[in-house]
Design a protein around this ligand. Structure first.
Ligand SMILES: [Zn+2]
Length: 473
């Protein structure tokens, strides 16, 4: 899913033989969802290799061991956790034989071929003589998501997580970035990547950076110590304040900035679809001019009315006259009072309720919700400027396909910000060593900084000679 998001955002830039100056090669994507695989394969230009389930890359004997340990669906949560722990042990025992840079797997982009999973430059070469390698993954978040069953390490997706972690711990990527639910225990990732990597993490959402969208996620990156030097802070609180010092913005707009930006046909089709699902005889009333609450019936109508009650009693204060609700969620069980787009799941139906709106509000189209999440999915004037950087035109997708893509990934612009932050605070170790005299000058220059910033931290490190030790070891 994350790979699709990066394709849609134009972040995957595959190698182009006619452009020897390329700076970023998208070597592979791994995906199990049929729609996502189709998008990755149709993106132009396309990532070099496309693989399916990461379980498929296990050698047959290890795969058979893993399959034999999988718990029955009727097993208790404890039994499932124990079975997954046994799978973890098998993978840990064999990971150094199983996961090697020469490893190959059946490729969807080259039918009938087994293609290399990893870039083939020797990772043992000095960093200056090889490109840096990065893996960005979004392991399934349902084990910890508040919208899932909170099955934790007993969830059926955990064996795939163990395979990914085992691979990441031995494949020597210079940077490994993971995106997941804020409820995922970070030590699951950090313990696997340490001590060979420095692990930094942050829980944040687009709402921290000014977007009127609620989507808190965990981003964590592991930076290899033998090839790179992390020059940012390490403690989570310090990472947060440092990151926010660059990107934090107050949310100045309501979620209604996304309402009505889709074309009229799509808006009309969305209202009609809602009414058809709710009423057997949609021809009995005027769908286009109906009040938004009247499009619904039964339980969903009751929820909209409950949300209207919340809006009416808010006094216009923090809601500033508008509220965006998810009619699939009961406000009595999951109360939320925000004028921002709520956390979007696969089932979300977002509705704007607004004082003074001629129809009482607006039913968000799938494209509008995708646009709120950073997908270039709506034909706005601004969006056209990014068309050349977009490898796949999500505007072509049906409303249902848009829906399938939403709810699983971090807000695209937000996750892009984290990647930019990580890349801007990571330096090749050999370059640090070569230019260390200059860095000492820089260090002296920042020592007058009155703020307790990362620069200040490194000044302290330098005073204790830790930095000198690090760059020469
Ligand atoms: Zn291939």
């Amino acid at each position: 899913m994350l790979a699709v998001a990066m394709v849609a955002r134009g972040l995957c830039v595959p190698r182009r033989d006619d452009a020897p100056w390329y700076w970023l090669v998208s070597w592979r994507a791994s995906e199990i969802d049929a729609l996502c695989k189709r998008i990755i394969l149709q993106a132009t230009p396309r990532t070099e290799h496309v693989f399916a389930s990461i379980l498929d890359r296990l050698p047959s004997d290890i795969r058979a061991r893993v399959d034999s340990l999988l718990p029955n669906a009727s097993a208790t949560r404890q039994e499932k956790e124990q079975a997954h722990e046994a799978i973890y042990e098998v993978l840990q025992k064999h990971k150094h034989q199983v996961f090697q840079r020469s490893m190959r797997s059946p490729c969807l982009a080259h039918k009938g071929c087994v293609c290399p999973l990893a870039w083939q430059d020797p990772s043992g070469a000095p960093t200056r003589d090889r490109p840096l390698t990065m893996n960005v993954s979004g392991p399934v978040c349902l084990p910890w998501s508040q919208f899932g069953k909170s099955e934790g390490m007993g969830h059926e997706s955990v064996p795939a997580l163990h395979v990914w972690l085992a691979e990441m711990s031995v494949m020597k990527y210079d940077v490994v970035t993971m995106e997941n639910s804020p409820r995922m225990p970070l030590h699951v990732f950090a313990s696997e990547m340490s001590p060979s990597s420095e692990v930094v993490s942050l829980v944040f959402g687009p709402e921290d950076m000014g977007w009127p969208v609620m989507r808190r996620r965990l981003c964590a990156s592991a930076i290899r110590r033998d090839s790179l030097v992390w020059v940012g802070p390490l403690e989570p609180a310090a990472v947060k304040s440092h990151f926010m010092s660059f990107f934090a913005r107050r949310v100045a707009a309501d979620g209604d900035v996304f309402s009505g930006i889709d074309d009229l046909d799509s808006i009309s089709a969305t209202r009609t679809a809602v009414a058809k699902r709710q009423h057997k005889h949609v021809e009995n009333f005027n769908v286009h001019d109906a009040q938004v609450v009247d499009l619904y019936s039964g339980r969903k109508k009751a929820r909209v009315e409950d949300y209207m009650g919340i809006l009416a009693t808010s006094g216009g204060g923090h809601l500033s006259g508008s509220l965006v609700c998810d009619v699939t969620q009961d406000p009595k069980k999951r109360p939320r009072q925000h004028p921002w787009i709520p956390t979007i799941t696969r089932s979300t139906e977002a509705v704007l309720l607004k004082h003074g709106h001629p129809r009482g509000g607006h039913v968000f189209t799938q494209r509008e919700m995708a646009c709120a999440m950073g997908w270039p999915s709506v034909k706005t004037d601004a969006g056209q400027q990014y068309e050349k950087a977009t490898l796949f035109d999500t505007y072509r997708l049906s409303a249902n396909s848009q829906k399938l893509l939403q709810g699983n990934s971090m807000h695209l612009a937000a996750v892009t910000t984290w990647l930019a932050y990580v890349m801007c605070h990571t330096i090749r170790r050999d370059i640090v060593a070569e230019y260390s005299p200059d860095l000492r000058m820089l260090r002296d220059a920042v020592s007058n900084d009155v703020n307790e910033t990362i620069s200040a931290r490194h000044v302290k490190d330098a005073e204790s000679d830790r930095l000198d030790f690090d760059i020469r070891s």
